[in-house]
Design a protein around this ligand. Structure first.
Ligand code: MN
Length: 389
């Protein structure tokens, strides 16, 4: 076990109420709503296949009502006959649901806002009207045999009595679960846990948590909801999504498996490959310091860290890069110690004595400082050749 031992104290785990955990990945729907992101049909199908390989239980494949092209995309994914359930997203209007039906998806997200701010300024509808639209559309979708996730948009800014009424009438109309949408990313882990628990206790509906990352808490809020008995969380690869994005697939899955030590069926060895593919297809670069999949997760430069990792990786890594399909990189730069430089030179085929090594280290540091970056292997080779000449 290479994570914090305090994660496993009884006092910490008291009150955990994990149920069967499932992932609804919405990279292809909410992820594509990232400004400027458009996936081609081929890319959508490839991403869906990779999500399926990882073992994601449900793929939110798009918003069919958006265009005939989108209907085609979702239909193409359905035709792949993946293990995952395929969901189409719809507003609580009949034409949106009809568009989902054209794709042959087996599941639907039916979304309508529930907060007073959204009702008053956006929908210009009363609570009664919202309830009626939601229940009518759930009944309509159910009459066509669809699995229904009823989405309460802006749920986390909705009065509890109305949220409860919404969930209750949705359940009575046949909804399979309630998606609690933290549309603006304004929960904290404690309130995520509180709200999830309260809905489950008072309504008895299956809860899905859908969190955004405006304050950097999307993954933490999703995990807190799982602790309270949520059975589903929505995620996106690389945390794509509007503004600061959604809770990330890689963050949620890796946390559940590593930090909580839960035995889940996800194939994490495919995570890095999927992340890189989505980076390319979306055109949104992964910041080097991003959690789980950022390049610097697997790159070591400082003398102390390189020395530690070369002796025993777990000194500075809580999981090994190859567990998720990535590989470790030792870079030589300003913070490198002689151990790292010696090791790197050895891997490049050089055996150097102590005196030459010190000379090389000195030149490496000076060059890295001037340039404000690490050195490539070729540059190190050149320096070694000059010193050894
Ligand atoms: Mn969202």
């Amino acid at each position: 076990m290479f994570v914090s031992l305090y994660n496993f104290k009884d006092e910490v785990r008291n009150g955990f109420n994990f149920k069967e955990i499932k992932i609804n990945d919405t990279t292809l729907r909410d992820g594509e709503q990232t400004p400027g992101v458009v996936f081609s049909i081929e890319e959508k199908v490839n991403i869906a296949k990779m999500l399926d390989e990882i073992g994601v239980q449900q793929i939110e494949a798009g918003t069919p009502a958006m265009s005939p092209e989108e209907i085609k995309a979702v239909k193409s994914i359905v035709q792949e006959n993946l293990n995952a359930s395929i969901m189409g997203w719809a507003r609580a209007v009949k034409s949106d649901i009809d568009a989902v039906l054209k794709t042959d998806a087996d599941a639907i997200a039916i979304s309508i806002a529930t907060s007073d701010i959204h009702l008053k300024y956006k929908l210009r509808k009363t609570r009664e009207e919202v309830l009626e639209m939601a229940t009518n559309m759930v009944e309509y979708a159910k009459s066509h045999g669809l699995y229904v996730s009823l989405n309460s948009e802006d749920a986390t800014r909705t009065d509890f009595p109305f949220l409860k009424e919404f969930a209750k009438s949705g359940l009575e109309a046949g909804a399979n679960r309630l998606r609690i949408c933290d549309t603006l990313g304004v929960l904290i882990p404690a309130s995520s846990k509180y709200l999830t628990k309260k809905i489950i206790e008072e309504v008895g509906i299956t809860v899905e948590i859908h969190t955004h990352n405006d304050y950097g808490l999307a993954v933490a809020n999703a995990l807190a909801a799982f602790e309270a008995g949520a059975e589903w969380a929505s995620t996106t690869v690389n945390g794509l999504g509007e503004r600061a994005g959604n809770s990330s697939l890689e963050g949620v899955i890796m946390s559940l498996i590593k930090l909580y030590n839960l035995d889940l069926p996800f194939k994490i060895s495919k995570i890095y490959q999927l992340s890189k593919y989505v980076e390319k297809a979306s055109g949104i670069p992964i910041p080097p310091n991003r959690s789980i999949v950022g390049q610097h997760m697997f790159t070591h430069e400082s003398g102390i860290h390189v020395d530690g990792v070369l002796k025993y990786p777990y000194t500075y890594e809580s999981f090994l890069p190859d567990e998720i399909g990535a590989s470790r990189r030792i870079v030589i730069g300003k913070h490198s110690g002689k151990h790292a430089v010696w090791d790197k030179l050895k891997s490049l085929g050089f055996e150097v004595n102590k005196e030459d090594l010190m000379k090389i280290v000195e030149i490496v540091k000076k060059r890295a400082e001037e340039r404000k970056s690490a050195l490539t292997d070729d540059e190190l080779k050149q320096i070694a050749l000059e010193v050894l000449k």
